[in-house]
Design a protein around this ligand. Structure first.
Ligand SMILES: [Cu+2]
Length: 128
């Protein structure tokens, strides 16, 4: 092993650690306009049909520990409310353009609905 190799290896390790920490922190900080971290799934709330609204996609399969972000892209307020007491998330009122993110840490099937529009339903299935 040459002298330069001995010096470069620890330096590379520091560079890699700094890069990983920077990426991890950038995923945690900031508002809703930043790029979602890996493992984040998105559901759009959209206008659909004759004056109706829908979750798009309405069903989603994700892995344990991943996030789902719902964004209200329809013209009125909506909510995202869990129907499974094993993971009782509730977005509260989501104004137009606002988002709600939930991390799923329980394996199972999690139906949800909009409390303002009972025909709006969706399902998140969480697998290992
Ligand atoms: Cu709604």
């Amino acid at each position: 092993m040459t002298r330069s190799t001995i010096l470069i290896r620890p330096l590379m390790a520091v560079v890699i650690v700094v890069t990983v920490v920077t990426v991890a922190l950038s995923g945690c900080l900031g508002g809703g306009d930043t790029t979602p971290p890996p493992g984040t799934h998105t559901v759009d709330i959209i206008s659909s049909g004759y004056g109706g609204f829908a979750f798009d996609p309405s069903s989603l399969t994700i892995h344990l520990g991943e996030n789902v972000t719902w964004t209200n892209n329809a013209g009125v307020d909506h909510t995202v409310v869990s129907d499974n007491s094993a993971d009782p998330f509730n977005s509260g009122i989501l104004a137009i353009g606002h988002s709600f993110t939930h991390e799923f840490n329980t394996i199972g099937v999690f139906p949800y609905h909009c409390s303002l529009h009972p025909t709006m339903t969706g399902t998140v299935t969480v697998i290992a």
